[in-house]
Design a protein around this ligand. Structure first.
Ligand code: PA5
Length: 447
């Protein structure tokens, strides 16, 4: 089981303060279950796993196999919710080094369309020269500039290198059923395509083909991932009391801390493979909660690496933070600290111990020090990093996010603030339709 330990928040908020939130938490879960809350046309993510059809999973796996057979490299073009979920899962499950190269069994998965860096795109296209590559073009709206721009470049290169016919085989689109340029292009070119359901927003789409196709291409078991998520679904319903319901307990604890003045949540891992899980989590919570001048600011660190950079701030900086630690119980490999006759480094006191034991003591020591320093600590224990447990964790965070948003009093399923930069960028680039905005922005800049 994934366990949530809130014993180390007690010095800051009492158990009764957390429990006092139970009626609000229950009301939020019921709003989600009955579809009566704000943004209720975007709650399709809640039952994606339990409602997943075997035919869709077969379809995704078969498409993955075509790309696995025909590509050394697959580039996932997408941004935000259209890439972070698959990247989080692939990096959590991959070998830290062979994921960076094509290892002979699985295609290398690269990402594009999540920035507008000329250098990134140049270096990517250089790297792809002479390589058999395919593309997954992922965009719900089908119009996101970052993704569309990368796809335009990659599509041309793929067609030139591999020929139109093979390109058609190794380019897949994941987008809306009817709307958007990605749909128009996929239909016109005859690409294999998958639909992002209308009622699932980008950051909640990891359990749709958006996340599942790249994960399957990388060689991971999407059925186990879905099984984990479906099992967690059962544990997070309104029928399960708060202390046994991981999403409810997590949402209640973080909201109790927020109300006590802890405005920043830092997601902590002690396994570098979880770096992108934190990036996915930051988008999920940041975009869902940060509105109407409210919301916990989601930050993240990789420990023990960042104990040597951010550790000082966390230990002694402004006391407005709390930590949520993802602790992985069992590691995948065995590595013992060797004994050394000369003991020049003075490390013989560790000889014979597992490296993970040292890591676990760093984890416990940090937790105690941070609590002493005024940082409350929620601890989420994951038995090990495999598809099943990652599936559970993803769903737990999604449900915890939906609940938290309603408890906070916002619509967790929209993102009106994301449009502001786009409007200015299009006006500055003279996009047709933005003439009025262009005039306004130019007079503002010329003042
Ligand atoms: O969660 C969201 O809705 C956003 O972060 C989107 O995923 C992101 O902006 C990408 O949008 P799209 O998939 O339409 O290209």
């Amino acid at each position: 089981m994934i366990k949530i330990d809130i014993s180390r928040v007690r010095d800051f908020v009492s158990l009764s303060q957390v429990n006092a939130l139970e009626p609000e938490i229950k009301e939020a879960i019921l709003k989600l279950e009955n579809g009566t809350g704000a943004g209720n046309d975007f709650i399709g993510w809640m039952n994606l796993a339990s409602g997943m059809s075997s035919a869709l999973l077969d379809d995704i796996q078969n498409t993955a196999n075509v790309l696995r057979e025909n590509c050394e490299v697959v580039v996932v073009a997408g941004i935000g919710g259209s890439y972070l979920g698959s990247r989080a899962v692939i990096e959590a499950l991959s070998n830290s080094f062979t994921q960076l190269i094509q290892d002979g069994r699985n295609p290398q998965i690269l990402f594009a369309g999540h920035n507008i860096s000329e250098d990134y795109l140049f270096e990517l296209t250089e790297y792809l020269k002479g390589r058999k590559f395919g593309i997954i073009n992922i965009s719900k709206s089908g119009t996101t500039t970052e993704t569309a721009l990368a796809f335009r470049l990659l599509k041309k290169q793929c067609e030139q290198q591999r020929g139109k016919e093979m390109a058609r085989k190794v380019i897949v689109a994941i987008t809306d059923a009817k709307r958007g340029a990605a749909r128009v292009c996929a239909d016109k070119e005859g690409y294999r395509s998958f639909i992002i359901p209308d009622n699932v927003g980008g950051r909640f789409s990891v359990l749709t083909p958006v996340g599942l196709l790249p994960i399957a291409i990388a060689g991971f078991d999407i059925r186990q991932l879905i099984k984990g998520a479906a099992d967690m679904e059962k544990l997070c319903t309104s029928q399960v009391p708060m202390e046994q319901n991981p999403a409810a307990l997590y949402a209640a604890t973080r909201n109790a801390l927020y109300r006590s003045g802890k405005k920043i949540e830092i997601l902590v891992n002690f396994q570098p493979k979880l770096h992108y899980l934190s990036e996915w989590w930051k988008q999920l919570y940041g975009e869902s909660e940060g509105k109407e001048n409210k919301g916990i600011f989601p930050a993240s660190v990789d420990f023990s690496t960042d104990l040597h950079s951010m550790g000082q701030w966390i230990q002694e900086g402004e006391r407005t933070i709390f930590e949520t630690v993802i602790s992985v119980d069992k590691v995948q490999h065995t590595m013992l600290v060797p004994s050394d006759e000369e003991n020049l480094d003075g490390l013989n006191f560790l000889a014979g111990k597992h490296v993970d034991e040292v890591n676990k003591m760093a984890e416990l020591g940090t937790q105690l020090a941070h609590v002493d320093g005024g940082v409350p600590n929620i601890r989420i224990t994951v038995p090990e990093l495999n598809e099943y447990w990652i599936g559970q964790l993803l769903y737990m965070f999604e449900k915890g996010c939906g609940i938290s948003g309603y408890v906070l009093g916002v619509n967790p399923f929209n993102q009106p603030g994301v449009e502001a930069y786009k409007k200015n960028m299009f006006a500055l680039l003279n996009k047709p339709g933005y003439e009025e905005e262009s005039k306004k922005i130019l007079s503002r800049l010329n003042k």
